[in-house]
Design a protein around this ligand. Structure first.
Ligand code: ATP
Ligand code: MG
Ligand code: MG
Ligand code: MG
Length: 576
């Protein structure tokens, strides 16, 4: 590819709504362009990366015995009524009507469509097992699309579905996918962790998420420092002992002084260690009526954050504190109020803080919210509606770093991750709901045992950038780079020798099957280098008159601080 023919559009500034580095860099590098909220055009430079993701995923899926197909983006609502999801799924499912007023959905996933295929085509146990996959556009009307391709509304997913004759077969299919996923994410050179995830109503342990480790990740993951135990926070919380944590039940030996006590004081009172890990507490006071029923509750949040200047966060004057206050955990509060976490604020930092949970936020009316200064409480707050977007996101969890691991081996540590893949043993959930059967060996109809397996194709480059960038731009692993090598001739328009050398190397690399781009735009070296460093091409060859006279060109890897002189004749071998 020649740069003059290709579509290159780099930007100096990132858009104001780009909060994370991958969104900023992908936009600045001209890889994506926003069309609407959570809806992006994959520009030529970005599409090349996405195609590389697809190619590797496809190769490993095929190797694992899965077969590719493509199911419709627009699917009949009727089919989704069979599984019940047309009715039960929330507003993430985009429902549309055609000109005959018939219901359709834009697929957010494809269990229904694939189960419909299986019940028509897979009639005998002899045709099993089968694993059908597609790499296809999805639409989810996300509550909060953000971070560019990381959480789009329209995005591309690889989704696979396995059909087996029995549970043992389905579990073997699941394990084959677990293995393929590791192969895939290893090839992308990502640092990731496979964590067990909640398999919800289906039960059992057969659901794992593949989480790319990144501080900007939206998920909290928990792992043991002493064993292989690793789970997402939801799952870890489900396993944690119910009720208040032991520290919470301890009687307070003294009362924090309103306006004076720091979080450290409170931590001491509650006998909690202060660590570097994000940690927070919720304090609740309840006003009871004569029957002992709660008539009014107030909730305060204390941030205990080692990295946050916690000594400045003071305990607020809590009305009713003199009557004693309780330390409550989020699950407790949820159980109390029968609702889900939302927003609290302003707290300490005079900014709203989002209470994070992997659950939908329900509206809560008429709350009194905490502050660290007198008279700064908000009253009549409706969680999830009144407050502006938080500047700070803190997890409120029942599981904290330092807890003993559930397997008794080591302590729990918490880190943040980006969910890049998810594998799931489904059992007969969909085959029963949709009456999808095959004839078993005994001649009787049996429901398919199923599994489903997703990878966020368009989320993956964003996750890779979160792990691979510097102040100059993206640093693509070779496997993902839009171009593996860029040739930067300096003074190509003035020097025949440079032009000839650049063209010759370009032809050589193309012939060798290397993904090479020749920057023939005639840009000044500074601007040219800045572009390619922003775009993140891993290998750069600079050809200039001076070194060419000595028979040399300059090679620089995107991670190198400076260029190395290499004999012109050796360069092809160098970058291949
Ligand atoms: P999340 O927890 O991030 O909302 P999910 O659990 O809803 O993801 P799955 O239904 O497990 O997602 O879908 C499989 C994969 O699709 C995810 O692991 C993720 O990589 C990708 N994915 C899901 N939602 C989005 C989105 N809004 N934008 C981009 N990729 C997504
Ligand atoms: Mg989701
Ligand atoms: Mg998830
Ligand atoms: Mg998931």
């Amino acid at each position: 590819m020649k740069a003059s023919q290709f579509y290159i559009n780099t930007l100096k500034e990132a858009p104001a709504d780009a909060e994370v580095v991958s969104h900023q860099l992908m936009t600045r590098a001209g890889m994506i362009k926003k069309l609407g909220a959570g809806v992006y055009t994959y520009m030529p430079m970005g599409l090349r990366v996405i195609r590389k993701v697809e190619a590797i995923v496809r190769e490993e899926m095929n190797r694992a015995g899965a077969v590719e197909c493509v199911m419709p983006v627009v699917q009949p609502g009727e089919l989704w009524s069979e599984s019940g999801r047309f009715q039960t799924m929330g507003p993430e499912l985009l429902r549309v009507k055609d000109r005959h007023e018939r219901d359709f959905v834009i697929q957010p996933t494809s269990e229904e469509a694939v189960t419909d295929i299986a019940r028509q085509d897979l009639r005998s146990y002899k045709q099993l097992p089968k694993n059908l996959y597609q790499i296809q556009t999805k639409f989810r009307d996300e509550r909060r699309p953000r971070f560019g391709l990381m959480r789009g509304r329209e995005f591309v997913m690889k989704d696979a579905y396995s059909f087996d004759r029995d549970e043992a077969g389905a579990k073997a299919s699941y394990q084959a996918m677990a293995k393929a996923y590791r192969a895939i994410f290893d090839r992308f050179g990502l640092t990731y962790r496979a964590v067990s995830a909640d398999s919800g109503a289906i039960g059992g342990d057969l659901s794992e998420e593949f989480q790319v480790i990144a501080s900007t990740g939206e998920d909290a993951i928990v792992y043991s420092t002493g064993s292989d135990y690793a789970a997402n926070m939801e799952k870890a919380e489900a396993l944690a002992p119910a009720g208040p944590r032991p520290a919470a039940t301890q009687a307070l030996t003294r009362t924090p002084t309103p306006g004076k006590s720091t979080c450290a004081d409170v931590a001491e009172l509650l006998q909690l260690p202060l660590t570097q890990t994000v940690k927070s507490l919720v304090l609740a006071t309840d006003e009871l009526n004569e029957q002992g029923e709660i008539v009014k509750s107030q909730v305060w949040l204390l941030l205990l954050r080692g990295d946050h200047d916690m000594n400045e966060i003071k305990v607020s004057k809590v009305p009713g504190l003199d009557k004693g206050f309780r330390f409550a955990t989020v699950p407790e509060i949820l159980a109390h109020f029968g609702t889900k976490p939302g927003y609290l604020g302003p707290i300490g930092l005079k900014q709203p803080v989002k209470l994070v949970a992997d659950r939908e936020v329900a509206l809560m009316a008429d709350w009194v919210c905490g502050a660290n200064e007198e008279d700064l409480h908000l009253t009549g707050v409706n969680w999830g509606r009144d407050l502006p977007e938080p500047d700070l996101v803190v997890d409120i969890r029942n599981v904290v770093a330092g807890d003993a691991a559930p397997d008794g081996k080591g302590q729990l540590a918490i880190e943040r991750g980006i969910e890049i893949g998810h594998i799931f043993y489904l059992g007969t959930k969909y085959s029963v709901a949709m009456n999808a059967t095959f004839l078993a060996e005994d001649g009787k109809p049996r429901h398919f045992e199923m599994g489903c397996y997703g990878i966020g194709i368009t989320r993956l480059p964003a996750a890779a950038i979160e792990q691979n960038h510097d102040e100059r731009g993206i640093i693509w692993p070779d496997a993902l780079a839009p171009f593996t090598v860029v040739i930067c001739p300096v003074g190509m328009d003035r020097s025949e020798a440079v032009k000839a050398a650049a063209e010759a190397l370009y032809a050589d690399l193309l012939a060798a099957g290397v993904d090479v781009i020749l920057d023939d735009r005639g840009e000044r070296p500074g601007a040219m280098f800045a572009d390619w460093e922003l775009i993140g091409v891993p290998h750069r060859v600079t050809i200039g008159d001076k070194s060419l006279k000595e028979g040399q060109v300059e090679y620089q890897h995107r991670r190198d601080g400076e260029a190395t002189k290499v004999p012109a004749g050796d360069i092809a071998a160098f970058v291949k």
